[in-house]
Design a protein around this ligand. Structure first.
Ligand SMILES: *[C@@H]1O[C@H](CO)[C@@H](O)[C@H](O)[C@H]1NC(C)=O
Ligand SMILES: *[C@@H]1O[C@H](CO)[C@@H](O)[C@H](O)[C@H]1NC(C)=O
Length: 188
């Protein structure tokens, strides 16, 4: 791995509520976005497509996350592009919910206008089927981070003069004031 990892993790969840068949991958981001390389013992999928959320795949992703180091900048757009790419590359055989869980403890290094325009364009390519749930820790849970993370979750960039796209699926912004909550989420 040659690129810079940061303190931010972007999880992409691709879930089927009908058949409870979950597909998942992780994007780590900072200055650049990185995806787990995949491991032939468990799956080769993670970097290009989502993988089924089997216990061994989850264990693999868990150890990938544990190995991340936090430094560099916080370019939200790189991460979003990678996450939408995973959703786009994963074949869909049925109507499934597509959800991006976006976790960050930093405010963006890129401009809110560019972030909101990217989301709009990337989601349009997927017929606006993708919901984004944002989680802010530390600085990102403060008033500084709340505005952009709320706009991203609601896919409403009017604060930054990005025209509203009708028919988007609204997610939610969840500030995480106590990071131990996140640990509990991760361990399920
Ligand atoms: C978007 O919708 C159009 C028209 O219903 C369909 O042909 C196309 O395959 C859809 N694309 C995606 C990525 O779902
Ligand atoms: C979009 O955000 C603006 C500014 O926060 C708000 O006034 C407006 O009601 C929102 N629109 C929708 C459809 O949520």
């Amino acid at each position: 791995m040659t690129v810079t990892l940061h303190r931010c993790i972007l999880c992409t969840l691709f879930l089927s509520l009908c058949f409870v068949r979950l597909q998942v991958s992780v994007v780590a981001f900072g200055t650049n976005a990185n995806k787990p390389p995949g491991n032939t013992e468990v799956s080769t999928c993670f970097s290009r497509q989502l993988a089924s959320a089997s216990p061994s795949n989850i264990k693999y992703l868990d150890s990938y996350i544990d190995g991340l180091n936090a430094y560099g900048s916080t370019f939200y757009r790189e991460a979003l592009r990678a996450a939408f790419g995973l959703l786009k590359e994963t074949p869909t055989t049925s109507q499934r919910d597509k959800v991006i869980l976006f976790l960050t403890d930093g405010v963006p290094s890129d401009s809110p206008v560019e972030i909101m325009e990217s989301i709009k364009e990337l989601n349009k390519e997927l017929n606006n089927t993708v919901m984004i749930v944002t989680y802010g820790l530390g600085e990102a849970a403060s008033s500084k981070g709340t505005e952009i993370l709320t706009s991203m979750a609601e896919q409403n960039g009017t604060l930054y003069e990005v025209e509203l796209e009708p028919n988007v699926r609204k997610g939610a912004f969840i500030p995480i004031l106590n990071p131990s909550e996140l640990r509990r989420l991760r361990r399920g």
